[in-house]
Design a protein around this ligand. Sequence first.
Ligand code: AHM
Ligand code: MG
Length: 339
Amino acid sequence: MLMHKVTTLNQFIVERQAEIPGATGEFSRLLHHVGIAAKKVHREVNKAGLVDILGRVGTINVQGENQQKLDLFADTIFMDELRASGECCGVATEENQDIVVFDEGLCRDGKYIVCMDPLDGSSNIDANVSVGTIFSIYRRRSEVGSPPVVEDFLQAGTEQLAAGYVIYGSSTMLVYTSGRGVNGFTLDISIGEFCLSHPDVQTPPNGRIYSINEGNYVNFPVGVKKYIKYCQEIDAAGGRPYTSRYIGSLVADYHRNMLHGGIFLYPETNAHPVGKLRLIYECNPMAFIAEQSGGVAIDGERRVLELAPESLHQRVPFYIGSREMVMKLTEFLRFFNNI
Ligand code: AHM
Ligand code: MG
């Protein structure tokens, strides 16, 4: 039988290491452990229907949202793996109010910090809908050997060394960038490895999918309402109406749009007056991926990656996707600004 050569995530990381300025084996080791944690979460997500780990655990996370049991599993699993890497001196996650400092053993001298949402979209789990992990890696600013400080985690998205997401879907994929394009790896469960399946992902410059929770329509800024109507209109050239697709799981909604061409929108609403999605561990990593695949991510006015984070759990309006679609949205937002 003819066997195709597969490139595993670990091989790929090591081969690419030389391309990252100043990177050493330490950085590769860190990514390797992200891959291990992703496989462990995959295992838990896939048996979620079989054992009693579904449902709310009964506590409320720092955002005031109910924590699902798998959120906590994923948080613990990623935290343990990042600690085990010995390269990470601290993390900020959706589940923890403050930064978590790893001050034992090798970790103290770790050069990197990680911001992450260990299990995004977890309210979807009990309906067997795709969920994801989102992560972002920075070089710490504070002195190596001292405990990391919150300022290490409040760097602009432009400073990210690497970012990515894992989608636990019909198959599990890990998609990441270290600033040299975007590559996607699909978990081959028969060998327990992420294998390169989507090399150098390019998002179509234009698309036909718009993704937004339209139930919030009455609260949207006028520019967003007008843009939605634009998406729904028939255009003489036959390019519209566009298709509406919304799962309510950022990673899955973004991943589909990245591959097929589309735009994802989460504007300000009554319930979330400054937007719902969190800048440092949801928007920045996705924005880095988007830009590296040829797309765009803005908060309505500015490039997301250039925003200066003020707090760990800061939320922002978020518009991300194919370049021409985001540019068209920008025209509407500018024109109807302040109405
Ligand atoms: P979470 O971090 O609590 O899971 O919330 C984030 C999720 C995103 O995955 C998704 O884009 C959004 O919330 C959906 O929100 P809504 O249900 O308001 O449409
Ligand atoms: Mg989330």
